[in-house]
Ligand binder design. Sequence first.
Ligand code: SAM
Length: 290
Amino acid sequence: MKTELVRSYLYTGEMSMSKLYIVATPIGNLKDMTERAIETLRSVDWIAAEDTRRSKKLLVHFDLKARMRSYHDHNERQVSEQLVAKMLAGESVALVSDAGTPLISDPGYRIVRLAREAGIDVIPIPGASAMLAALSVSGLATDRFVFMGFLKKKARKKQLQSLLRESGTVIIYEAPHRVSELMDDMLAVLGADRTVVVARELTKRYEQVISGSVAEQRANLKDGTIPEKGEFVILLEGMTVDYDEHRADEVLQFLLKEVAVSKAVMLAAKVTGVSKNELYQRALAIKDVS
Ligand code: SAM
């Protein structure tokens, strides 16, 4: 169904509209299913699921019965149109994915887009998502972060390069059989010292959240401290240079009023942890403009 057709249903007012619910489901531990998610899945006419067989197990566990439609990457366009037509005809639809929050590295973008264009209310039923669960326990900065989802195998090094100077925490999803390759590429592009947090099997029995340098994490994967099994979120500490630059300038500006350049650089290096080389260049720039 074309968007215009959807709109014409809407504007003729012949049909009463219903809602689209975007329902998060657990990422491993069924106790993370929210009451609202259960209520919603109980009340809707249709559940659109990425993998109906997987979601069926969840529904059986919570004793839920609803008609299901399969909704995945390969039929997204067509099924979105069909489900929007159903909502315009007064039926309600809930979208679930295999785990976590739909649309987060999962299908759903098209139906949300189409439903909103058709004037249908899209209601979030929030809950688990591996990226936020991992970020919340990582100990890395949370004031700014970039979610990359799965990096593309062939473009991985390039993508990592583009993140070299990213100041926020970078969150990456990775499959277990590729996590070592990802770490190899991180070593090649980012060097050995950047802090990486590996969050594995969150909310499940063998949950692991391990922090270490790229080199350490590579060794952890090689010696089996971190088994290459299960589900992984990899978090990369942001580059701190931007913040350091600002702070370093403040410290340098203060010191340059009191002492000679070489002394100011030495003291600023102690206070900020920034290399003397870098501080020397900054000190010269500050002196230039003052
Ligand atoms: N929509 C989901 C969400 O909200 O997190 C993500 C779906 S994506 C197809 C699946 C990926 O999420 C996995 O390959 C893994 O990187 C991450 N993931 C899902 N569950 C996880 C868990 N329990 N522990 C760690 N990572 C998990």
